[in-house]
Design a protein around this ligand. Structure first.
Ligand code: SF4
Length: 651
């Protein structure tokens, strides 16, 4: 493989941000190339500054480069200015580490964290000079792979991707590398791309779309069936049993230009069993696997020394639930290198687990803002979504924050949730107004930013059967909120474009017919659809119309239990009956406790792994000793409406 840096370097004078393409960040690896090795190009299909901090990509980058038979480099989607020049000059997609052309790697692997990057994936394949469709690729062309949360419904991309990986990547990436290595080293005359794909399909957690036939059932719904007896009927996700065994990234990259989330990130646990019914991440990453407090301390300490960061994020889906959260936060402040000046961010804070103790322990750094996600404006609505936090929880958390010196709090809500009424929507404005009033007791400048996003039903959640709100309905709800919050000083309202919400919804639960839609939108110039200045709903709607695809059918229609779903051949570890029961309970406003501190209700996630939750302490994060949901509400009165379903009532 040869570097094409000499061809690229002078072109960077003509682009907005040349630093996106240089590489050479602290921690970056320039692996020596050995043609016998399996070379991976780990690609984030969005701009460098968005993709750079992605922890999943950085973890695999290190693990593959530690293998004696593997080498990994990184690539990001070139921004539109460079892409134009690349196409004019015939320059292919390249790695940022050694600037080698993408089509000289064995695998181009994409991280998919949002549906709106799908057209960028096609653009990157095309820029790499690789055949767009899997069936057209020859034996000399790289394999195209994808991982990340969106692969739990891979069907819209099934025509373009050779294999998808479901679940945790730490173990499976080595298994895939070994299979490809063996295939590359084989001198058998029967060597074919098909034989390799078939071998890959036998690895647990790997889904190879070409190994499945698509047939239509009597109602016209797509059903997938394996083409061969030794290809699994149901592809199970991968789950690492111990996070402690994988203390990655060990050498977190430090950028040379501005990127989002520019800080040291230490993952304190993976998985979440709070059971929020809208949350795909919480459902598909079960069970909970914690890191020990000692390992967190070591990772923080080593990371600060190596990177020089003055900000540490303790990451997870709900960091205040970490059983040693106060110790972990204190570890940052106590580190001799920190001198009390290192800030701590706790992304994804649950208000019912955020205490004055935690607020007080977060010392040093900037106290710019804290984000809480109550998700819904009324207690009724929060029971439907199983986000069982009371108003008192929220006010308590906000008071803890303001009393400890924060001046700004951000509250995140969803609109368009199942059964939502205008009273629920307007409840958001009431909560925000009350939070500002609490803040003003401590600081006259206190402010609250309310951020609302339209709800998109996701695969493998209890809401996967729900028909989402129309663009018009979401816009009407935003208008209600604009009006209601305009009267509250100190409350600022921000919202996600409902048109983008619609496209996310179409792709999130779509079938293989959507491959044509994604290709059509990409061919018409629709890239960087996550960026408001490039997103264009008309491209999507006109393409759908041309292809005879109905928005109503893909996004707005409620599904029935008997309807086959496009991801029925995949297994996220959850029983479908459990999800259906949860959907029925949502409609009846029945809550479900967190199984970390209550008996198992057999959702399916732990079955087959021989594991239970790995929690560093057995008590809930706050409250009393019994570990029930009521403890988590810190003694606040539990509203009468709440009913908790017990295991015996599970279907
Ligand atoms: S199987 Fe039981 S313990 Fe495991 S995540 Fe599901 S409910 Fe919780």
């Amino acid at each position: 493989m040869t570097s094409i840096w000499p061809e690229i370097e002078h072109l960077l004078l003509n682009v907005e941000k040349p630093a996106r393409y240089i590489g050479l960040e602290r921690g970056a690896i320039q692996p020596p190339h050995d043609p016998r090795n399996v070379a991976w190009l780990l690609t984030y299909p969005d701009a460098y500054e968005v993709g750079f901090p992605n922890q999943g990509l950085q973890i695999l980058y290190e693990i593959i480069n530690e293998l004696s038979i593997g080498e990994a480099e990184r690539a990001y989607a070139p921004w539109v200015d460079l892409e134009k020049i690349m196409r004019e000059k015939g320059i292919p997609l390249f790695s940022v580490d050694t600037h080698r052309p993408a089509n000289e790697f064995d695998v181009i692997a994409f991280n998919l964290s949002s549906e709106l990057v799908y057209t960028n994936l096609l653009n990157c394949i095309d820029l790499a000079g690789v055949s767009l469709r899997s069936v057209d690729r020859g034996i000399e062309e790289p394999l195209v792979a994808a991982g990340g949360h969106c692969t739990y419904n891979p069907e819209p991309l099934a025509d373009f991707v050779d294999f998808f990986v479901l679940g945790d990547g730490e173990e499976v990436v080595s298994e895939i590398t070994y299979v490809i290595h063996e295939w590359k080293s084989s001198e058998s005359a029967s060597l074919s791309r098909d034989s390799l794909l078939k071998e890959l399909s036998k690895i647990e957690g790997v889904y190879v779309p070409q190994m499945y036939n698509v047939r239509k059932d009597q109602n016209g719904f797509q059903v997938l069936e394996p083409k061969h007896d030794d290809v699994p009927k149901l592809v199970e996700k991968r789950t690492i049993t111990s996070l402690e065994d994988w203390p990655y990234p060990k050498n977190q990259l430090v950028p040379i230009t501005e990127v989002v989330h520019d800080r040291l990130n230490v993952e304190v646990f993976r998985g979440c069993t709070r059971g929020c019914r809208f949350c795909q991440a919480g459902m598909i990453t079960r069970p909970v696997r914690e890191r020990s407090a000692d390992q967190v301390r070591t990772m923080v300490s080593d990371g600060l020394r190596r990177t020089g960061y003055d900000q540490v994020a303790l990451t997870s889906l709900s960091t205040a639930d970490y059983s040693h959260i106060e110790k972990a936060v204190a570890a940052v402040g106590d580190d001799p290198l920190s001198c009390g000046q290192t800030g701590v961010s706790l992304p994804s804070l649950r208000v019912d687990a955020f205490t004055v103790g935690i607020a007080a322990t977060i010392q040093g750094g900037k106290r710019s803002g804290l984000t809480f996600a109550p998700e819904a404006g009324t207690w009724r609505m929060r029971q439907v979504i199983n986000k069982l936090i009371t108003e008192e929880d929220l006010y308590g958390a906000v008071e803890s924050a303001f009393s400890q010196g924060w001046r700004r709090v951000k509250l995140y809500f969803l609109i368009g949730l199942p059964t939502e009424t205008d009273e629920d929507t307007l409840g958001i404005a009431d909560l925000a107004k009350n939070c500002v009033e609490i803040g003003k007791r401590y600081n006259k400048q206190a402010s609250v930013t309310v951020s609302v996003g339209g709800f998109v039903p996701k695969p493998f959640t209890p809401f996967q059967w729900f028909g989402q709100n129309t663009i018009e309905e979401l816009q009407r709800k935003i208008n209600l909120l604009k009006d209601a919050t305009s009267r509250s000083r100190g409350v600022q309202l921000k919202w996600h474009d409902p048109k983008a919400t619609l496209v996310e919804g179409v792709l999130s639960r779509g079938d293989r017919n959507l491959s044509a839609l994604i290709e059509e939108v990409w061919r018409s110039g629709g890239t960087f659809q996550e960026w408001s200045e490039h997103f264009d709903i008309d491209r999507w709607l006109s393409s759908m119309e041309e292809l005879g695809l109905s928005v109503e059918d893909y996004a707005y229609r409620h599904r029935d239990k008997s309807e086959p779903l496009p991801w029925d051949h995949l297994d996220a570890g959850l029983y479908k009956d459990f999800l259906w029961q949860e959907w029925r309970d949502a409609l009846e406003e029945v809550g479900l406790e967190d199984c970390r501190w209550t008996p198992c209700y057999d959702c399916g996630a732990c079955t087959g792994y021989g594991l239970d939750h790995v929690v560093a302490s057995t008590s809930p994060p706050v409250g009393g000793s019994q570990g029930t949901w009521q403890d988590l509400t810190k003694g606040s009165e539990v509203p009468q409406l709440l009913t908790i379903r017990k295991k015996s009532e599970t279907v």
